[in-house]
Design a protein around this ligand. Structure first.
Ligand SMILES: NC(=O)C1=CN([C@@H]2O[C@H](COP(=O)(O)OP(=O)(O)OC[C@H]3O[C@@H](n4cnc5c(N)ncnc54)[C@H](OP(=O)(O)O)[C@@H]3O)[C@@H](O)[C@H]2O)C=CC1
Ligand SMILES: Nc1nc(=O)c2c([nH]1)NC[C@@H]1CN(c3ccc(C(=O)N[C@@H](CCC(=O)O)C(=O)O)cc3)C=[N+]21
Length: 308
């Protein structure tokens, strides 16, 4: 069958409603928090550290804090000035590492240039690394037969969206656009772990379009507004759009609106499944962070109970 005839036959894509799926999972998490509280008399705690006040970072951090409050998770936060020293930031991390009420620590990235990001991520206790950015957690993710203590939130959210939408992964061709430590690289490992055949495309890849056109599953995480056009998409493919790019929009109070890395209106005419922006991956990221925090707390409570 030619691509053209498939295209004519294919109806518009099923929109994967990340917000609705995230809300369902949050209800499950709230139940879990209650159960832990009843069993151990303690609640999970998440610490969020924000350095500087870059507008959008502050928005995400605010959303994370609110989500915690909604689910009964205790929220700790530290806001540091943009010129804070590396030593002072390490001290904040060390204090949260030692705090028994804290089960997850998130240091919002990117950090200012004068701070060595690797040093900060290495300092976060493995047991509290709810972002899954510690090299030991990423290393385990990349190895066969190992399970990391925590899997990074956005990549885990992408896989959860595919699974809960009934998209088969095993044996499929997956293409991941982007190879960052926080999204592209871990997504590629997760898909490979689910037996997809994975190709990673980055800024030095020639002819990204031709590679994308072979993808049964396409994950876009490049931070380039609507770079992936409709004719890049294999008819029937599942498209997960991680990009959140602000573009100027005078009709919005904020002065901008968010678009993905995929040209949604074109792509939805060819894809079988597609996530919107906003309302796709974003709400899942925060939900997976809460889920990781509860997992960390459960492990800590069990360990403490066993030691008694
Ligand atoms: N919804 C959510 O929860 C989240 C959304 N995001 C969004 O996802 C996007 C990506 O974020 P992040 O991974 O942190 O970004 P980074 O800037 O760290 O990485 C971007 C990646 O895309 C690659 N890339 C850039 N331009 C091109 C191009 N023209 N063709 C092919 N590859 C390209 C880069 O290649 P190279 O390695 O060669 O430089 C790099 O690997 C952003 O829009 C961000 O806002 C991020 C985190 C969470
Ligand atoms: N240590 C660390 N961990 C992170 O997980 C992390 C980080 N640093 N730095 C920045 C990126 C970005 N990120 C997002 C989270 C939620 C939405 C989200 O919920 N977006 C909504 C829209 C939000 C809006 O309207 O502004 C949506 O897509 O529907 C987006 C992006 C997490 N990140």
């Amino acid at each position: 069958m030619s691509a053209a005839s498939t295209q004519v036959d294919s109806p518009s894509a099923q929109i994967i409603d990340g917000k609705a799926i995230a809300d369902r999972i949050r209800k499950e998490i709230a139940t879990e928090v209650k159960a832990l509280q009843e069993k151990y008399g303690k609640v999970p705690g998440l610490a969020v550290v924000l350095v500087g006040t870059k507008g959008d970072s502050a928005t995400y951090v605010r959303m994370k804090r609110k989500a915690c409050a909604d689910l009964g998770i205790q929220s700790f936060s530290t806001d540091l000035p943009g010129d804070v020293s590396e030593e002072d930031l390490l001290k904040v991390v060390a204090d949260y590492n030692a705090n028994e009420e804290v089960h997850g620590i998130l240091v919002q990235l990117p950090l200012p240039k004068h701070i060595d990001e690797q040093r900060i991520l290495d300092a976060i206790s493995l047991e509290k690394d709810v972002d899954g950015f510690h090299p030991a957690n990423i290393g385990a993710l990349a190895m066969r037969g190992r399970t990391p203590l925590f899997t990074s939130c956005t990549p885990k959210g992408c896989l959860e969206l595919l699974k809960r939408s009934g998209v088969a992964i095993s044996g499929k061709r997956a293409v991941v656009l982007g190879r960052s430590n926080i999204v592209g690289m871990p997504v590629a490992h997760l898909l490979q772990g689910e037996d997809a055949t994975v190709t990673v495309v980055h800024s030095r890849t020639p002819d990204a379009q031709a590679i994308c056109a072979e993808a049964d599953i396409l994950v876009a995480a490049i931070g380039r507004a609507e770079m992936v056009r409709g004719d890049w998409i294999k008819p029937g493919a599942a498209v997960i759009d991680v990009g959140t790019n602000p573009v100027p929009d005078a009709s919005k109070k904020s002065g901008y609106r968010l678009v993905g890395d995929v040209a949604f209106s074109e792509a939805k005419e060819r894809a079988g499944f597609i996530t919107p922006v906003p309302g796709g991956v974003g709400p899942m990221t925060i939900t997976m962070l809460l889920s990781n925090t509860v997992d960390g707390a459960r492990r800590a409570f069990e360990k403490a109970a066993a030691a008694q």
